[in-house]
Ligand binder design. Structure first.
Ligand SMILES: NC(=O)c1ccc[n+]([C@@H]2O[C@H](COP(=O)([O-])OP(=O)(O)OC[C@H]3O[C@@H](n4cnc5c(N)ncnc54)[C@H](OP(=O)(O)O)[C@@H]3O)[C@@H](O)[C@H]2O)c1
Length: 278
């Protein structure tokens, strides 16, 4: 297998995340005739049909039997059942399997298939829905470098990717970028409330805060400087930014965020044990 828009790719579960990735693949030149999706829900199948000219199935096995790459894009709670429904086709055709289900580890999926297979676990995040996601990827020992390139190509359709070496790194990815959008939303909420408490309208506060978040992220992404250096550049001695940051530090912002991230990473490891044992 080589990374190519000629690979045939099947999505098991045609919900929000699958639709985003399919949209990203088509925009990046993947041939719609090489994309298939299956979903038990007529509503989801109709949504897929309205959006894309791809083959859509009610039956998972029919979808998988034609594919070089199979993306498991169902909720974690139904993943075991979905894998069992395609086990025979996976064993017969040996495609590259990519799972985007939060928390489910490679070893659990291999156990459900009943044998080892080329596999990449991906942990995307919600900004993938607007083509601005980031995913952590973890390959098993059966995935060749060509499989890994093909998996990266699929996930890059909706954002950036990074590779990690083990499942505990995936817990870290979950605590940083998986849950991360919510940390930034929380900061936005707090700043919008502060602006309103000083008399600005909600609409004005929202525009100021969201555009500042977008601008800061773009500046940090485009700059050769680290976020710490960029912060120093906007913090004049005796100025307003310094007054804000000193007050935030005195009230424990560093500790609150570090402990919060640690709690998410620990929870991810705990949930993986529970989900894998289902
Ligand atoms: N959304 C995100 O931002 C995000 C971020 C990181 C990871 N993920 C992971 O991405 C996966 C998909 O999330 P999502 O938000 O796209 O979920 P979703 O919108 O609920 O899509 C899942 C789809 O799978 C269908 N389905 C249920 N059982 C199935 C089966 N046995 N075979 C085939 N399809 C089946 C569901 O149908 P019904 O609706 O009829 O049940 C639904 O249409 C999840 O595992 C989630 O952990 C999502």
């Amino acid at each position: 297998m080589n990374p190519s828009a000629n690979n045939r790719i099947a999505f098991i579960g045609g919900g929000n995340m699958a639709r985003s990735i399919i949209g990203g693949l088509i925009s990046s030149g993947w041939h719609a005739k090489n994309i298939f999706a299956s979903d038990p829900s007529k509503v989801q199948r109709d949504l897929l049909a309205q959006q894309f000219s791809i083959a859509i199935y009610e039956n998972n096995e029919k979808c998988v039997s034609q594919a070089d790459i199979v993306v498991l894009s169902v909720k974690p709670q139904v993943l075991k059942q979905a894998v069992e429904s395609i086990r025979a086709a996976l064993v017969e055709h040996n495609p590259l399997i990519i799972s985007i289900a939060a928390g489910i580890r490679a070893s659990d999926i291999m156990q459900w298939i009943g044998q080892e297979a080329p596999f990449v676990r991906a942990m995307p995040n919600t900004p993938a829905l607007v083509n601005c996601g980031v995913a952590g990827l973890l390959a098993n020992a059966h995935a060749s470098s060509a499989h890994k390139q093909a998996a990266a190509q699929v996930m890059q359709a909706v954002g950036a990717v990074i590779w990690v070496d083990n499942e505990s790194d995936m817990d870290t990815v979950t605590g940083i970028s998986g849950s991360g959008p919510a940390y930034f939303f929380k900061l936005m909420e707090i700043m919008i409330t502060a602006a309103e408490s000083h008399g600005l309208s909600r609409a004005a506060a929202r525009t100021l805060v969201l555009q500042t978040a977008l601008g800061a992220a773009k500046l940090a992404a485009d700059s050769a400087h680290s976020p710490a250096e960029l912060r120093r550049q906007v913090t004049s001695p005796g100025g307003t930014t310094e007054a804000a940051l000193l007050t935030m530090e005195q009230h424990g912002i560093d500790e609150a965020i570090t402990l919060g991230v640690n709690a998410a990473i620990e929870k991810s490891a705990e949930l993986a044990k529970t989900l894998g044992a289902m």
